[in-house]
Each structure stands twice: as C-alpha cells, then as structure tokens.
Write a protein that binds this ligand. Structure first.
Ligand code: NAD
Length: 319
C-alpha cells in the first residue's frame, strides 16, 4: 500500500498528454503550485517526456513534493484531469489550418484516454474549440467533463493590457474575450469594469489622454499576441501554463470560479451545438453552469458570427 493511502491522503493526479513547450511548462507550474501530488507525462516522443521527468524531479527540493512518471495512455486511469497539449503549431500556420491534422489525431487518442475514465479531459491543443468538440463527441463524456482552455489566455491578455493602459493591477480588471479562441474572438467592452466603474467612465475620469480608438489598439494587440510571440520565439507557453494551473486550481479545490472555457453551447443567443468560450462556473466536476452574459447588440452579433465561423470549419471537415 502506498504511504498516501496509509495516511489517508488523497491522490491528486494530473496526466499531461504532449510534453512540448506548453505541456512541459504546465508540468512545471503545476509542480510549483503544490496542487497535485502525482503527475504522469505522455508524449509520442517518449525521450522528450523521459528528459523532462528527472529535470522536474531534481527541482523538487526547492518546490513541492509530487510523484512524476512517464507513462502511456493506460496511466490516465484515476487522473483527476488529463490535460491534452500535444501537437505543435508551425509559425505562419493559422489555428484553423491545423484542424484536419489534429482532428484525426484526436479521433485516435481521445477514446484511449476516455477508456481509462479520468474525471475531466481538458483540451489545450489548437484549434481548441473544434478539438474540444471532437473530444466531446469521441469520448462520449458528458459536456461538463470535457472542455477547452478556450479564451482564458485571450481574456488574461485583455486584462493585462487593460491593466497596463489604466495603470491598475490586472487582477482588478474584469473583462472577457468570448467566442472562438482565434481570429473571430470578441472583446466584451460593455462589461469591462475597473474598481466598480465601467471602462469608458473610468478612463474619462482618470485618464486625461483617453481616446475611444485606443480600444481598437488594445484588442488588436490581444488578437495578434500569439502570432507575434510565435514569430519571435516559436511558441507561447508561460501564460497558457498559468491559465491551465488556474483551471486545475478551480477544479481540485472546488472553487466555483468563473472562467472563459470552451464549452458546449445550446440555446445561447441562438447558438446551437458549438464549443466556444463564455463565462462558466468551474467546480470539482468541471462545468457547473454556463453564465448567460449580458451583451449589447453588436457583441451578440459578433459571438453569433464567431459560432458561424466554427460551424463552417466543422462542416468542412465533416464533424
Ligand atoms: N489553447 C491555448 O490558449 C494555447 C496556447 C498555446 C499553445 N496552444 C497549443 O498547444 C499545443 C502544443 O503547443 P507546443 O508549443 O507545446 O507544441 P510542441 O510542438 O512544442 O509540442 C507538441 C508535443 O506534442 C507531442 N505529440 C504529437 N502528437 C502526439 C500524440 N499523438 N500523443 C502524444 N503526444 C503527441 C509532440 O511529440 C510534441 O512533443 C499546440 O496545439 C498549440 O497551438 C494552445
């Protein structure tokens, strides 16, 4: 019997499928978080996972104890969460360009993961909305247990840039990017709140150089952030790993946090049978509830358009 079982300590187990830049950085942030005490690393390139495992273990005396092993899909069993971050994006390749290649890989690997019955399957691989839908379909899981990181990263970028612009801590900026994690994503300006004040009023009161057009510049920086970072260093991984760690936090600690994950929408401003991001309450069993956010007409039309973009890609690849 394992020591944890003797002491009655719960295993908090995460499996990471794909230990490239994103998966390995998730492993690092999760180890440092102290949230998990067991981690399995899986990669098609086993050598890569076998290189990461001891490198992480060697840092443990400066971090938090966690069993780390390299495994195969059978090792997903008993995982609280399986994080799927496999398959990279090449520079210049749009997220939607990847879809056919990755959907075929998902049809192979998701049933092998689901067969081990982990509690939650979390998709990070792009295009995350389409692949979350594919994972939902081929896993036969209920929708609350399979979802994507969606626009959590875009929302974090939005809050970071708004915080910089307004001179306040991004943690005190409330605002969302919704819809597709990609080119048709939508900034919800009507709901941006800073210290209990809407964005426009805050800026008109506290920012003498405020210009309405600055909103376009801020959103364009959010939307193009991934392309710019990938052009310079080949991949983005620190912020997404922290977003995933926040999500794991909300699940393992049953926190009921409201996060913009990619989830199955039905009867949502007329959107049907589409995975994309809206604010959702995250708890122990994944998605507890989807929030019907108040939108103005322009925002409503924009998220309906975003769903249409995703639907047409799904139609193109026969989902
Ligand atoms: N959702 C988001 O906000 C977000 C942010 C950043 C990156 N991403 C996505 O995360 C994914 C990974 O990015 P990366 O930079 O780590 O790429 P990477 O190329 O560094 O790593 C991908 C890893 O997946 C492994 N892999 C490929 N096929 C596999 C399979 N069938 N089973 C197991 N492992 C497999 C590869 O061997 C490689 O190690 C990409 O799809 C990227 O677009 C998503």
């Amino acid at each position: 019997m394992e020591l944890d079982q003797v002491c009655g300590i719960d295993e908090r187990k995460i499996t990471i499928v794909g230990t490239g830049q994103v998966g390995a950085t998730c492993a690092y942030t999760l180890m440092n978080s102290g949230l998990v005490n067991s981690m399995v690393l899986i990669d098609a390139n086993r050598d890569l996972a076998e290189g990461h495992a001891p490198d992480l273990r060697h840092g443990m005396s400066f971090s938090q104890p966690c069993k780390i092993k390299v495994g195969s899909f059978e090792d997903c069993r008993d995982s609280d969460i399986v994080i799927v971050a496999g398959v990279g994006q090449k520079p210049g390749e749009s997220r939607l360009d990847l879809v056919k290649k990755n959907a075929a890989i998902f049809k192979d690997i998701i049933p092998r993961i689901a067969g081990q019955n982990p509690r939650i399957i979390l998709i990070v691989t792009n295009p995350v909305d389409i692949l979350s839908y594919v994972a939902y379909k081929v896993s036969a899981y209920p929708m609350n247990r399979v979802f994507g990181s969606g626009t959590m990263l875009d929302t974090a970028r939005f809050r970071s840039l708004l915080g910089e612009y307004c001179g306040v801590d991004p943690r005190n900026v409330h605002g969302y990017i919704l819809g597709e994690h990609g080119d048709s994503e939508v900034p919800i300006w009507s709901q941006v709140m800073i210290g209990g004040v809407d964005f426009k009023t805050f800026c008109e009161t506290y920012k003498s150089d405020y210009n309405d057009l600055d909103r376009d510049t801020i959103f364009s920086k959010v939307k193009n952030a991934a392309y710019e970072i990938i052009n310079k260093k080949g991949a983005t991984y620190y912020a997404i790993a922290l977003a995933v760690t926040q999500l794991v936090h909300s699940i393992l600690r049953d926190e009921n946090s409201i996060l913009t994950v990619s989830t199955l929408l039905n009867d949502y401003y007329g959107i049907e049978d589409t995975y994309m991001s809206v604010p959702s309450v995250i708890h122990r069993n994944g998605i507890e509830r989807i929030i019907r956010i108040t939108l103005n007409d322009r925002e409503k039309n924009a998220i309906i358009h975003s769903a249409g973009v995703l639907k047409s890609v799904m139609k193109e690849i026969g989902i």
